[in-house]
Design a protein around this ligand. Structure first.
Ligand code: ADP
Length: 498
C-alpha cells in the first residue's frame, strides 16, 4: 500500500481517525477505573476472590489522575482554534524517525504535519503507561493467576488499528515482557505476591510450568491479535484511502463538468443574443423592401415585361419568407432568454388557444383537412409567457397542417391535469422517419421527406417549441409513424399560485 499524496495532508480519513480515536484511550480508561472500583467493592463479596484492596485502589486513583491529565491534553489537541494551518509549515520537512516508526504506512508518506506527530506521540505514551498500569493492577490481584491478563489484548488491537505493524508487535512484546516480569518477580520472591485467593489452585504462581503455560498462551494470543489487528487496520486504511481518492476524483470531474456546462450555456446565450441582434437589424430594411415591392406590385409601371413582373413577384415572396424567418429567430432567442419568463403573467390557456385557432382554421380548410378539437369548457389560469405559448401552439398546428396531405385529419386536445397543462397535436400526415426523430428539435433542421413535401419551412419551428417548453419547465415528446401520422404531447406546469 502506498502512502497518501502530501497535498491530502490533514484531509485523509486516516489522519482524522488518528486524532479522533485518541479519545478511545481516555474513555476506555474511565471505564477501567469504574470497573476496578466496582470490582473492589463487590468482588470480594460476590465472587470467590479475596485480595488486598489498598494497593489496587491506590493504583486506580493514580490511573484516574493520569487520565484527567490525558483528557486535558486531548482537549488541547483536538481544539480547532489551536490548529496550525498546514501551509504554515514547510512541506519538505519529514516526520521525525520515532513518528515514522510509529505511523502506519498510509500516513508516513504524507507531508510533515505537527499535529499528526503530537497525536502519534500521545498514543505512544498512553500505550506504555496503560500497559504498565495494567501490569501493576494484575500484580496486585494475583499476578499470573489473574485471568484478566487478557485485557492486554485491547491495547494491541487499538495499536493495530492506529499505528504501524512494527509498533503493534512491539507493544505486544512489551505487554508479554511486563507480564513475564511480574510472574518471574513473584515466583523468585523479588516482589511480593498478592494472592487473589481464588477458588482455583492456590500457590499456582510458584509453579513454573503453570506460569510458563500461561505466558505462552498470553504471548501467542497477543501476537495473533497484533497480526490480525494490524492487517485489518492496514486493509481498512487502504480501502478508506481508495474511497477517499475516488470521491475527490469524482468531485473534480463534477466540477469540470459543471464549468463545461456553464461555458456551453454562456456560448448558447451569446449565440442567442447575436441571433436576436441580427434579426433585429434585418427587420427594418426587410420591412422597407417589402413595402416598396408591395407598392410596385400595386402600381405596376406601363410596359413592364413578363420576366420583370415575375422577378418582382418572386422578390416579394422571398422577402416575405425572410421576414418570417427573422420573426422566428426573434421568437427563438426570446424563448431561450430566461428573462422572458420572469415577465410571465397570469394567462388563460383557452384564450391563447382561441387566438391560435382563429388563424389555423382557415389554413386547415384551405389545405382540405378536418380539424377536431377537444377542449374543456373552462380552465384555470396559469403563469406563463402568452407570446411564447402562442408560438408553441401555432408551430405545432402549423406543422400538422403543412405535413398532412389533403383529406387528412388533425386532432387538437388540451386539458388540465394535476396542475399541468397537457396539449396534444395529432395528424394523419407523412410522419417522421426514425433517423430524423432525434434531430427535429435542432434549429434549421428539416428532414428530407419534409423538404420533398414542401419548400415552405425554415426548420426553426420545433426549436422554438422546445425552447418555450423548457422555458416553462415542461416536457415534450413525439410519436410518429411514416405514412400514418405524428403526435406531439406537451406537458407544462401551470404553477397556479406561483
Ligand atoms: P419546418 O420548418 O421544417 O417545419 P420544424 O422545426 O417545425 O421545421 O420541424 C422540423 C422537422 O420536423 C420538419 O422538417 C419535419 O421533418 C418534422 N416535422 C415536424 N412536425 C411534423 C409533422 N407534424 N409531421 C411530419 N413531420 C414533422
Amino acid at each position: 500500500m502506498t502512502g497518501g499524496p502530501p497535498e491530502l495532508q490533514g484531509l485523509l480519513p486516516a489522519t482524522a481517525e488518528l486524532k479522533e480515536r485518541i479519545g478511545w484511550f481516555i474513555r476506555l480508561r474511565w471505564v477501567a477505573v469504574a470497573g476496578v472500583v466496582v470490582f473492589v467493592a463487590l468482588g470480594s463479596r460476590f465472587l470467590p476472590v479475596d485480595f488486598h484492596p489498598t494497593p489496587v485502589l491506590s493504583t486506580v486513583a493514580l490511573l484516574a489522575a493520569y487520565n484527567g491529565l490525558a483528557f486535558l491534553y486531548y482537549r488541547r489537541l483536538s481544539d480547532p482554534s489551536r490548529h496550525s494551518s498546514p501551509h504554515a509549515e514547510s512541506t519538505d520537512q519529514r516526520f521525525p524517525p520515532l513518528a515514522q516508526w510509529l505511523l502506519p504506512r498510509a500516513l508516513r508518506g504524507m507531508a510533515y504535519d505537527p499535529e499528526v506527530v503530537r497525536a502519534v506521540y500521545f498514543v505512544n505514551v498512553q500505550m506504555v503507561v496503560d500497559l504498565t498500569f495494567l501490569a501493576a493492577l494484575l500484580h496486585f490481584t494475583g499476578g499470573i493467576e489473574n485471568p484478566l491478563r487478557m485485557f492486554f489484548l485491547f491495547h494491541v488491537i487499538i495499536a493495530g488499528i492506529l499505528l504501524s505493524r512494527r509498533a503493534t508487535y512491539s507493544y505486544a512484546t512489551v505487554a508479554l515482557g511486563l507480564m513475564a516480569a511480574v510472574a518471574l518477580g513473584e515466583m523468585l520472591g523479588w516482589i511480593s505476591h498478592y494472592s487473589l485467593n481464588a477458588h482455583w489452585r492456590a500457590g499456582g504462581y510458584l509453579d513454573p510450568h503453570l506460569a510458563l503455560t500461561q505466558l505462552f498462551l498470553l504471548g501467542t494470543t497477543l501476537y495473533i491479535t497484533a497480526y490480525m489487528g494490524s492487517s485489518i487496520g492496514a486493509r481498512l486504511r487502504h480501502k478508506e484511502l481508495d474511497v477517499f481518492l475516488l470521491g475527490r476524483a469524482l468531485e473534480e470531474k463534477a466540477q469540470h463538468l459543471e464549468s463545461a456546462i456553464q461555458q456551453v450555456q454562456a456560448a448558447e446565450r451569446a449565440k442567442s443574443q447575436y441571433m436576436r441582434k441580427v434579426a433585429h437589424e434585418l427587420r427594418g430594411p426587410l420591412g422597407t423592401v417589402q413595402t416598396a415591392l408591395a407598392v410596385v406590385l400595386k402600381d405596376l409601371p406601363e410596359g413592364l415585361s413578363r420576366t420583370s413582373l415575375d422577378l418582382i413577384r418572386r422578390a416579394e415572396r422571398r422577402a416575405g419568407e425572410l421576414a418570417e424567418m427573422t420573426r422566428e429567430l426573434l421568437a427563438l432567442s426570446r424563448a431561450r432568454d430566461g428573462k422572458a419568463l420572469s415577465e410571465a403573467t397570469l394567462l388563460q390557456p383557452l384564450v391563447v388557444v382561441d387566438r391560435v385557432l382563429e388563424e389555423a382554421r382557415p389554413r386547415t380548410m384551405e389545405a382540405g383537412l378536418s380539424l377536431s378539437l377537444d377542449l374543456p369548457p373552462s380552465m384555470s389560469q396559469m403563469r406563463g409567457d402568452a407570446e411564447g405559448l402562442t408560438d408553441l401552439l401555432s408551430n405545432l398546428l402549423g406543422n400538422a397542417i403543412r405535413y398532412t396531405p389533403r383529406g387528412g385529419k388533425i386532432g387538437f386536445t388540451m386539458r388540465e391535469e394535476d396542475g399541468k397543462l397537457l396539449v396534444e397535436v395529432a395528424d394523419t400526415g407523412i410522419g417522421i422517419e426514425e433517423k430524423a426523430l432525434g434531430r427535429i428539435f435542432d434549429e434549421f433542421y428539416r428532414s428530407e421527406a419534409a423538404r420533398a413535401n414542401t419548400a415552405d419551412g425554415s426548420g426553426l419551428g420545433l426549436a422554438i417549441v422546445k425552447a418555450v417548453v423548457e422555458q416553462h419547465g415542461g416536457t415534450i415528446d413525439v410519436e410518429s409513424e411514416v405514412g400514418r401520422g405524428t403526435r406531439f404531447r406537451v406537458s407544462i406546469p401551470m404553477a397556479r399560485n406561483g
